[in-house]
Design a protein around this ligand. Structure first.
Ligand code: B12
Length: 353
């Protein structure tokens, strides 16, 4: 059922392009020096960025989660700094967004949206510094640090050798997944966000880790046992797949039969599949905040099918890690911040009979 919040968020999504255009025109009027600072392509960039801000704002309103927008603003400030866009530029942009929303949207929707926008704006002038994900006190810090350095130096084979040596020395594969692969991926994200590595380096490191994960399969994969069934999907156009892949692998390692379907799966096809091949658990992964309401819609569509009443649904991924209450709002049965905790929760939801 739709709530007022969802209606307001959806309305904002519908007029986001028009608002982004208005905000851009007004910002260039208010700050004519932007033309000198960013050249002719700057305007298109401002329009694109404004649209992005509006999509996050709309999702945050729709899901009644101010944290999603606040977290986005804090993330954005760090990202924009490397493009020489100042906190003041961002403040002006959001201020103009307030004006445009006030004009274009009726009450009470606009008041609801503006209160979320204000909560985000409160953090615009705050000092933010992002601590590295790889910290000396964390398990396997030295190994994770070494692994990441090898990848950043383009030493794919030596990185792979390092992982094989660790496995041979008895380090559990789950620890390698969480403390080396996952933490180094998070650190790669931070390095990209702060302008310390290029997009190409990020792509290279990610591709290497994916290929190393694949190389390790023969070391642990066993014949299917006829145990509990878990289906893993990403929502909509979600391109982040390593988290879901890791999750499925953790379940498989514990004797579940897992079916990794990736993203871009139409809801109807997924529902048909779940009816034909009944599963005990559906794992839905979301990384980009603007995909959360797709997860919500998917879960609502599944819940309408009485044949799927016994299906447990878990969600996870970045937005759910930002707002610990979000999983309940999308109608899931459970959530976990990582693959290890996910297994523990799944054991409670689907105990072995
Ligand atoms: C690699 C990467 C990409 C790759 C993904 C490739 C691939 N094949 O997966 C590519 C290049 C495609 C990409 C694209 C983009 N990315 Co990206 N990406 C990353 C990066 C660096 C690593 C992701 C990753 O592998 N994480 C490791 C896994 C293991 O962690 P995880 O996903 O959190 O999963 C664990 C838990 O969350 C949990 N979990 C996950 N799913 C589920 C499901 C269930 C049911 C449960 C219980 C648990 C669970 O368990 C998992 C295992 O422990 C992250 C940084 C980060 N902090 O994650 C940025 C990051 C997510 N990307 C980001 C951005 C901005 C983008 C782009 C918009 C960039 C752009 N301008 O195009 C696009 C958006 C694409 C899209 N539409 O989806 C930002 C998002 C910021 C934000 N506030 O929204 C991040 C955080 C980078 C940053 N620090 O700025 N990205």
């Amino acid at each position: 059922m739709y709530t007022d919040q969802q209606d307001a968020g959806e309305r904002l999504k519908q007029i986001a392009e028009q608002l982004a255009e208005e905000v851009t025109l007004r910002q260039y009027k208010r700050q004519p020096e932007l033309m000198d600072r960013f050249g002719p392509s700057g305007k298109a960039r401002t329009r694109q960025d404004s649209l992005y801000h509006l999509r996050y704002l709309a999702e945050s309103v729709s899901l009644a989660s101010p944290l999603l927008f606040i977290n986005y603003i804090i993330w954005l400030k760090v990202l924009l700094a490397q493009y020489k866009i100042t906190a003041e530029d961002l403040r002006v942009n959001l201020d103009l967004m307030k004006e445009a929303i006030s004009i274009e949207l009726p009450s009470p929707e606009k008041e609801m949206i503006l209160s979320y926008l204000d909560m985000g704006m409160y953090h615009v002038l705050e000092e933010v510094s992002l601590a590295p994900f790889l910290q000396p006190e964390k398990p396997y810090f030295r190994e994770a640090d070494q692994y990441l350095k090898l990848l950043l130096d383009g030493e794919r084979r030596r990185a792979s050798d390092l992982i094989v040596e660790l496995l041979d020395s008895g380090v559990p594969i789950q620890e390698i997944y969480l403390h080396i692969f996952q933490d180094s991926q998070y650190e790669i994200g931070r390095l990209w966000q702060t302008g310390k590595i290029t997009v190409a380096q990020e792509h290279y490191c990610t591709a290497c880790t994916q290929s190393i994960i694949s190389q390790l399969y023969p070391r642990w994969i066993r014949a299917q046992t006829g145990g509990r069934r878990m289906v893993a999907v990403g929502v909509g156009g979600e391109l982040h797949e390593i988290g879901l892949r890791m999750l499925a692998d953790f379940f498989e390692m514990e004797g579940w039969n897992t079916y990794y379907l990736g993203s871009n799966m139409p809801s109807e096809s997924l529902i048909r599949y779940l009816k034909e091949e009944p599963a005990d658990l559906l794992a839905v992964s979301v990384t980009m905040t603007f995909h959360v309401s797709e997860a919500q819609r998917l879960i609502a569509a599944i819940r309408k099918n009485s044949e799927l009443d016994g299906l447990n649904i878990m969600v996870g991924g970045m937005p759910f890690n930002i707002d610990a209450e979000l999983w309940k709002k999308v109608g899931a049965d459970g959530y976990a911040p990582d693959a290890k905790r996910a297994l523990e929760i799944a054991e409670q939801l689907v105990p072995i009979v």
